[in-house]
Design a protein. Structure first.
Length: 380
């Protein structure tokens, strides 16, 4: 697979040659973890507890990759860990998934900062300010900086708080059920929908996936937890229960959430009472079709709407199509904020990562290096 280019050509990462000392994960999104199950099983995986939890939830509900328990090594923000000749210190950053970190890597008197995926317009702007503050006395020799938004329009600067208020406005105007479509691993967005339900007098109904995420993070965050807090009801989608039964884990979810379970009949009998997590695979559960005046707040990248399952649900030609309301803000740092953050950290050298427009960095900064895959770099 390495010869075909499917797997990166990193010696020892996927083959039986001498393995690296560690794999460092900044967060649990699939573009960062997707090849983890192909890596050599003797390599320890360093990540935050929250990243491990999100990887587990993704593996159970979204065909993603969990971190094997025996390989997991815990990273705690701002607590250095020594790995071979390197000292690694994680720093919390705000992104569209729970418990993300940037990574400071020190060895031989040199410092590399990997930004991870991050943004400055989320619910926790203090995180990037803390990062800049801590690094003020630690000059960075090389920074690996994500640049997703370079080459894309920033659009209106919408924070998660702005988005919550917009959700409240839409839910307040709705006369029927309001569905919410988003990634449950985006805990800040999940909290925003829960708060919107509370502010509009509705009952928030997570599906099993979202309920399990709340269960996992409830020991780390002050969030409502289904089964412990009375404000939530949990819907058990047929497709998720069938999958759980195939995996032999359906009883786990029944035990966790049975006492707050809600059935589809109760939902459709009084749809105006609910703000409910939704995904297209749940549509067959509504055997009589969507309740009248149903709407769906779509809070993800709009490119997903080109998928056939979404196109069929919002097709104006169908009987009672789902009324879609796109409301979203990016999980990635905006172009203007890339410039702000890099200038604040002031690395000696800068390498773009996670971008389709690496040359845009050269237009913005004078210290950019564009190495090729596999090219070795020496910090002198």
């Amino acid at each position: 697979m390495q010869a075909s280019g499917f797997l990166p050509g990193v010696t020892g990462l996927f083959d039986d040659q001498t393995s690296p000392d560690a794999i460092l994960l900044s967060h649990a999104h699939l573009d960062h973890t997707g090849l983890l199950d192909r890596t050599s099983t003797d390599i320890p995986v360093y990540a935050t507890v929250g990243t491990s939890k999100m990887a587990l939830a993704g593996a159970l509900f979204a065909n993603q990759v969990a971190i094997p328990r025996e390989r997991f090594r815990k990273l705690v923000p701002e607590q250095p860990v020594v790995i071979g000749d390197f000292t690694v210190t994680p720093f919390s950053v705000d992104h569209s998934i729970f418990d993300c970190v940037a990574l400071l890597i020190e060895a031989g008197g040199k410092r590399i900062l990997y930004s991870g995926d991050l943004r400055l317009h989320g619910r926790k702007p203090g995180m990037h300010r803390r990062l800049v503050e801590v690094l003020r006395d630690r000059p960075i020799d090389l920074m690996l900086m994500e640049g997703t938004h370079f080459g894309l329009p920033d659009g209106k600067r919408t924070t998660e708080y702005d988005l919550e208020n917009a959700i409240v406005d839409e839910v307040s105007k709705a006369s029927g059920i309001v569905f919410a479509s988003f990634s449950p691993q985006h805990v800040d967005r999940l909290v925003g929908f829960i708060r919107a339900a509370k502010r509009t007098g509705r009952i928030f109904v997570p599906d099993l996936y979202a309920a399990f995420v709340l269960h996992l993070v409830g020991s780390q965050l002050a969030v409502p937890v289904p089964g412990r807090d009375n404000d939530l009801r949990v819907y058990f989608p047929n497709s998720m229960m069938e999958s759980a039964e195939r995996k032999g884990i359906s009883q786990k979810f029944t035990d966790l959430f049975e006492k707050c379970r809600i059935e589809i009949d109760e939902i459709v009998s009084t749809p105006e009472k609910f703000l409910m997590v939704f995904r297209p695979s749940m549509f067959p559960d509504f055997t009589m079709g969507f309740p009248e005046n149903s709407s769906c707040i779509f809070s993800s990248w709009e490119g997903y709407l080109e998928r056939p399952e979404w196109k069929s649900l919002i097709d104006p030609a169908r009987k009672n199509p789902l009324h879609l309301i796109p409301l979203h803000t990016s999980g990635h740092i905006l172009s203007q904020d890339i410039v702000r953050l890099v200038n604040a950290i002031a690395p000696q050298r800068l390498v773009p990562v996670h971008t389709f427009e690496p040359h845009e960095f050269q237009r913005q900064f004078s210290n950019v290096i564009l190495p090729q895959d596999g090219e070795k770099m020496t910090l002198s």
